[in-house]
Design a protein around this ligand. Structure first.
Ligand SMILES: [Zn+2]
Ligand SMILES: [Zn+2]
Length: 236
């Protein structure tokens, strides 16, 4: 991926002005992977081999790929069926070969986040984006100015980025860490006041419209503290 595309993606994500631009990027990377999987990777023999090796996607990505396949614009039950067929075939062999009942014998047949090709792809891409962001905060005035005006990062991404800043050139490192902390602290203060306002408006003196106006404060606080929602909303 060329630097300029990475640069533009980071810039665009900051400009979206959510509670964490790295969460924005992560959601984008994941969505692209899922779209691409059904359109291309499903027919790719290397990708097929990988998904058999991992015995499928993790729980989260299994349902996400299913939801993708069910979208009216894509409607690719065929692709998903082919993947599931390959995995099922492998599992038949696995189960037939199970000779002892030791716990380790089962770990091979259960998919998880460590083996899931989608999780691995997202983690690798985010490692690259986080490193690039740390470099840009040290070297690009445009990116550091945009970041100053942004809502900062969720706490997990703040920690990941601050940790990665250790790899920034020594004489710029302190400045990057200071910028990160200042922006984060400022935004935690902002959220703290917004929560106070939310609590205040629950009182009877306020109208329904007043409450609706601050309704998304709780979701944004969770996004700030815990990061983006990984799993799809449970169906009620
Ligand atoms: Zn985040
Ligand atoms: Zn996964």
């Amino acid at each position: 991926m060329s630097t300029s595309i990475t640069y533009l993606r980071i810039k665009r994500a900051i400009e979206k002005n959510g509670e964490c631009f790295l969460c924005e990027l992560e959601a984008e990377v994941e969505q692209k992977y899922l779209d691409n999987y059904l359109q291309e990777l499903v027919m790719d023999s290397n990708a097929r081999e990988k998904i058999i090796q991992s015995r499928g996607f993790c729980n989260n990505h299994s349902y996400k790929i299913l939801a993708e396949a069910n979208k009216p614009t894509i409607s690719d039950g065929h692709g998903v069926a082919l993947i599931m067929q390959s995995i099922t075939k492998q599992l038949i062999q696995d189960v037939s070969e199970l000779k002892n009942l030791h716990k380790d014998a089962f770990s091979k047949i259960i998919a998880n986040e460590k083996k899931c090709p989608a999780c691995i792809h997202v983690a690798k891409s985010m490692e690259m984006y986080i490193k690039k962001t740390a470099e840009l905060l040290a070297s690009s005035d445009e990116i550091s100015e945009l970041f100053k005006e942004s809502k900062g990062l969720c706490i997990p991404h703040f920690a990941a980025l601050a940790y990665t800043a250790e790899y920034v050139e020594v004489n710029r490192r302190q400045a990057v860490l200071q910028l990160l902390s200042e922006v984060e602290k400022e935004n935690l203060f902002r959220l703290h006041s917004e929560l106070a306002e939310y609590v205040k408006r629950q009182s009877y003196e306020f109208s329904e419209a007043d409450r609706v106006a601050v309704a998304n404060t709780l979701l944004r606080s969770v996004e700030k503290i815990a990061g983006r929602r990984m799993r799809m909303q449970e169906r009620s």
